[in-house]
Design a protein around this ligand. Structure first.
Ligand SMILES: Cc1cc2nc3c(=O)[nH]c(=O)nc-3n(C[C@H](O)[C@H](O)[C@H](O)COP(=O)(O)OP(=O)(O)OC[C@H]3O[C@@H](n4cnc5c(N)ncnc54)[C@H](O)[C@@H]3O)c2cc1C
Length: 534
């Protein structure tokens, strides 16, 4: 059935549940392309800050913290389209897109120290794949997604595969686990096949000038604020009523807890809409400190998962949230952000890696029980970061394992202990000891219980369509919706869902930008095939 699109949006109100980049992008497209008035758009966010996963906070004294940093690439077509409309953080005459492309032309990703063993750089010129691994990888790229069902990656490959350079590079670059969705790995192989040739040096990876809160979220927020969009902070949506009949599905009421802690209702009018970011990879994260390990929280206080669970019970087209959120042990990992009032570590890393900061990206300690990696981004990574203060980010994929040096699980370690383990792997204990003793180092660990939830094995129907069949006035946004061909754990996916929701419900005359498809380009395929046989 062809959906009727809104041709008269002037009085339409749109309520966006969640204040991550998916909702913010939807708000931009609503005002820019659908001509919805900014004053009629409400972003309802349970936290006191916008941006969701795209965070970045702190200052030199207390320490900076980013839960993660984003790698982008040239063909994030929806994301760059969005950011081509947004004036950048520091220069209103330059868009965030142009700023980022200019920045990346100066600081080109070309890692010289991608994998480390025994404190030394490994030769990664070969991916180390056997003929049968290569065949498995190629076969995976060309089978249909439906034939894979909810298989795990480890169901497809031999055990040897997981000891190859290829796997170490792959697992740590994208945060796939052996037990992650095989179907999603297939999507990544297809979607990013043009990057496979340069994967060992992070070729083609693009970054923003600063962390994404400052480079992306603040500029979008300013753009929306100038157009009158409402940001309803500390407002949690706890349930949504729908009128579900055989030929129509319509959202009718939002149940919220407002910023005073009071329950309230928002009645959805005839010409109004609700866009819901269902689920979140950064729900219930917790920050530790130099002397305290972070706490691993569960789902019981999670606005995102509880809301999705509630509404999923109302209609089978609204997906299966439990598939993604019921097994925290398979979904969690931990990151940390170190702040140093000293340049010694960064000088050492520049010498050791051969990369000026901002050009290296992930450095992975392959012999770390926690599978620890660090990233030294271009400094300063925060606009308020003084020249003599340096930061770096790190993470570990196996937080339940005991460290090689610190005899504790990663999840039990405070900021100091995490760095002790890192110094050991990089063999810089003696170098760093006096700097730590002088109190010049801080490190904030973060527990992220749902970070890999989007990679959980799934089948069609576990994620709702962006606009479910017969939905008259609502859409789902973000990482837990079904978008054919594109890959989760990317900002591109969230922005794409925003385009799909807006262009699907409103008569904008615009089409969603197609996913960049390099798999049909013979030269790309030949290069990738050569790369995996190197
Ligand atoms: C450590 C890390 C590394 C990453 N690396 C990359 C990378 O290299 N490249 C890349 O492209 N992407 C990366 N990502 C992923 C990317 O940042 C996310 O996929 C994207 O930002 C998700 O945006 P979103 O708006 O869809 O959802 P979210 O950012 O999860 O936002 C959802 C928002 O909705 C709010 N919310 C949820 N439920 C409710 C409710 N019921 N009521 C009110 N508010 C609610 C939440 O508080 C949250 O603010 C990374 C993410 C992390 C955390």
């Amino acid at each position: 059935m062809k959906r009727e699109k809104n041709k008269n949006p002037i009085g339409s109100k749109v309520y966006l549940v969640g204040g991550g980049i998916a909702s913010m992008a939807a708000a931009v497209y609503l005002v820019k392309d659908a001509e919805v008035q900014g004053k009629n758009i409400h972003i309802l966010e349970q936290e006191d800050i916008l941006g969701g996963a795209c965070d970045g906070a702190g200052e030199p004294e207390e320490g900076f913290v980013v839960r993660g940093g984003r790698m982008h690439e040239e063909h994030f077509v929806c994301y760059w389209d969005l950011l081509s409309n947004i004036p950048s953080y520091e220069d209103s005459d330059v868009s965030v897109k142009d700023e980022s492309f200019e920045f990346n032309s100066r600081f080109v990703s070309n890692s010289q120290a991608r994998l480390i063993k025994d404190g030394k750089k490994m030769d990664v010129s070969s991916f180390g794949l056997s003929l049968s691994d290569q065949a498995d990888l190629l076969k995976l790229t060309f089978v249909s997604e439906s034939s894979l069902g909810n298989k795990r990656i480890e169901d497809w490959f031999s055990q040897d595969f997981f000891e190859t350079n290829f796997w170490y590079i792959w697992t740590t670059m994208f945060a796939f686990q052996k037990w992650s969705s095989l179907a999603e790995m297939r999507r990544y192989m297809k979607r990013f096949i043009h990057l496979v040739d340069g994967l060992h040096r992070l070729g083609g990876v693009m970054r923003t000038k600063y962390n994404q809160y400052h480079s992306v979220i603040i500029p979008i927020k300013r753009y929306l604020a100038e157009r009158g969009v409402h940001f309803d902070m500390n407002t949690q949506v706890i349930d949504i009523d729908f009128n579900l009949s055989a030929d129509k599905k319509t959202a009718t009421v939002l149940h919220i807890i407002d910023n005073n802690g009071d329950e309230d209702e928002i009645v959805i009018g005839d010409n109004d809409y609700v866009f819901i970011t269902n689920g979140s990879l950064v729900e219930n994260t917790d920050n530790g400190s130099w002397s305290k390990a972070p706490i691993l929280k569960d789902k019981s206080t999670s606005g995102a998962w509880l809301l999705w669970e509630k509404i999923a019970k109302k209609d089978k087209e609204f997906g299966n949230p439990g598939i993604f959120s019921d097994n925290i042990d398979l979904q969690k990992w931990y990151s940390f952000t170190a702040t140093l009032k000293d340049t010694t570590f960064h000088d050492y890393m520049e010498n050791f890696s051969g990369n000026v900061d901002g050009t290296g990206g992930l450095v992975t300690m392959t012999d770390s029980n926690w599978l620890m990696s660090i990233v030294v981004a271009r400094q300063p990574h925060f606009p308020n970061q003084p020249d003599d203060v340096k930061i770096f980010w790190g993470y570990g994929l196996y937080p339940d394992k005991i460290g090689n040096y610190v005899k504790k699980k990663m999840s039990e370690c405070n900021g100091e202990e995490l760095l002790e383990e890192l110094w050991y792997h990089l063999q810089v204990q003696d170098l760093m000891k006096p700097i730590v003793a002088a109190g010049k180092v801080n490190n904030i660990p973060v527990a992220m219980p749902f970070i890999d939830s989007l990679f959980m094995p799934r089948t069609l129907g576990d994620r709702p369509d962006v606009i479910p069949e017969r939905a008259t006035n609502f859409a789902f946004l973000g990482q837990f919706t079904e978008v054919s061909e594109d890959c989760v754990f990317t900002v591109e996916y969230s922005v794409r869902t925003a385009q799909m929701a807006v262009y699907g419900h409103f008569d904008t005359g615009k089409e969603v930008i197609p996913v960049y498809n390099s798999i049909h380009k013979p030269n790309v395929l030949i290069k990738a095939a050569k790369a995996i046989s190197r």
